[in-house]
Every structure is written in C-alpha cells, then in structure tokens.
Design a protein around this ligand. Sequence first.
Ligand code: SAM
Ligand code: SF4
Length: 329
Amino acid sequence: MNAMVDGFGRRIEYLRISVTDKCNLRCVYCMPLEGLDWLRKEEILTYEEIASVIGAMAPMGLRRVRFTGGEPLVRRDLHRLVRMTAEVPGIEDISLSTNAILLAGQAEDLRRAGVKRVNVSLDSLRPDRVDAIARRPDSFEKVMAGLDAAERVGFDPIKLNVVLIRDQNDDEVEDFAELTLDRPWHVRFIEMMPTGANLDLSDGSYLSCQEALDRVRAIDALEPVEGPSGNGPATYYRFPGAPGTIGVITPMSHNFCDRCNRMRLTADGHLRPCLFGDLQTNLRDPLRKGEDLRPLIEETLRIKPERHHLVRGSSAGSGGLVALSQTGG
Ligand code: SAM
Ligand code: SF4
C-alpha cells in the first residue's frame, strides 16, 4: 500500500480541508468581530477542484478527509462534495468540524452522502454564554438542534470541542465532564492557541488542560482510555462506567507534533504541511493549468516541519496567521 511519509518518519494519511474562510459566528478566540479580508469567489477551489486534489492524494496514501472552515456548512450543498469524496477510491473516512448552527437542516443529507462523524464546537452549556462567546444571538438553541440532529441521523462518534477560556467558561469544566456520564459524547478540552487576532485573550485568559483535568478529577477518578476513532491529537480519559469520554488537546502545554498525521488544504487551494508557520504550496494554479500535482504534494511532505513553535502572547510562532479559520483549525 502506498504511504505518504514525511522527513521525520510520520505517516500522513489525513487531510483537513477548509471549504470556506467565512463563518456565521465570531468566536472571541478565533475571528475578529469585523470579519477578515475574505477570499474572492474565484480564489476559492470549486468542489470539482477539491475532489481533484483528493483524487491526486488518495493513490499516494490519503485515507481520511475532514471538512472544516471557516464554517463548512455556510458553503452551499456541502453534501455534494461529500458524495464526490466518498467516490474516490481509497478514502475510508469522511468527517466534519462544525459549529452546528446549520447542522439541523443538513445532517440528513450529509449522513447519506457519506459523513460518518462530526466534531461540534460548543464552549459553554449556558445559552447566554454561548451567544456571548460566539458573538451571535440565538446560537445556543441552534447548536442544540444541530446536536439533536447529529444523534438522530447516527453520526458516531460525536465529539464536542471546548476551547478553555479563563473567566468565560472555566467554571463549566465539571459540567462538561459530567455530560459524559449521561451521553456517549466525547468532550475535548482545547488549550487556546495564539493567533494574530487573539493575542491578549490567548495569553490573559489561557487555561491549561492540566488545570481542567485537576478539576475533573475532584469529581471522581479518571481512567485513561483509547478514545474514539480518529487518532487525533487528544489524550482521553473516562469516569468509571461512563458512556462518554473526556479528552484534552494540549498544543501549548504538551506538544504532540511527533504524532502528527495530517496536512491541510486551505479554501484557496494551498497545501499546508503544518497548521502554523508560513510553509504552503499553491496547488490551485497548477491544478487550473492541468499540471500534475504529485510532485508538489511530495515536496510539501518533504518540507513538513518537525513541530510548531507557538509561544503564549506572541504571534511569532503562528507565522502570520490571523485566525485559525483561515487554515481550518
Ligand atoms: N467552524 C468550525 C468549528 O468551529 O468547529 C470549524 C473551524 S474551527 C477554526 C475548528 C476548531 O478550531 C474549533 O473547534 C474551534 O473551537 C477551534 N479554534 C479556533 N480558534 C482557536 C484557537 N485560537 N485556539 C484553539 N482552538 C481554536
Ligand atoms: Fe467560526 Fe469555527 Fe472560528 Fe467560531 S471557531 S469563528 S465557528 S470558524
């Protein structure tokens, strides 16, 4: 079987694809209230072009694809791209990262087209706080409707992504953990990463996953577990007998780059070997000229850095990235 192996011996079989840089929310840690300099329509890859990139990478060893953004569900008929992806030989798993605002209306189509599992961002269990963090009214009800639909259509596993923000949601760590006693959900606490747009917040309101775990352990003992399918960067735990798990994603306190298994495709067709840094390869222009993408993909694999160098309070390590929404998080 073909495999994409980088210069540090890591096998890359997973591509996170940002289908749009736009979003219907303005999460405090991610996107500035006024938005960003949006890409123009003609700069953004069409679904056919995205499918061509997937088609070029699958024979090289790509097995799993995740659609993300910006908010992927604001792009029209995403299920069409999912279906095209499911038809590429070699692709075994298609997943979605979403804020779930629009999920209730699309879950059925997405499931039928081939999405198996979803990650939903939810930073609080209190309606007023969700709206305040997302900076859009009525967000909570829509996300809950999206989660109901996700369960109904059978997305499995369902993972909840919770970015830890001191003084905005840190007193809910226990509530999130206790959710896993009732539901088969996988709650993942994420350490806030610095980007150009959030330097003050990501420094002043940073909370480590260690602190969150200490609070959770005060409720009951946690046992380390394998975690749900997906082999991501999270480390998982469970309360004894609980149907769900608690995961921690520690980009700031415990670097996990040695386990990295992914590359990223931006909405405007740049293949990025790392979420951070300024390394990227323009696939869009060669693709539009009908050139072979394989040597460009191999070159991107070759330059994949050993690790990121994020530093709290500094944009140096993020390589000019203003918001994670620009590269898909
Ligand atoms: N809009 C979708 C969503 O929110 O799930 C997908 C894109 S979003 C950029 C992907 C993930 O990145 C979300 O879970 C979000 O909470 C997380 N994220 C965004 N900015 C972050 C930051 N500065 N630090 C840590 N996580 C961040
Ligand atoms: Fe949008 Fe996701 Fe960024 Fe929130 S985290 S602003 S939902 S892209």
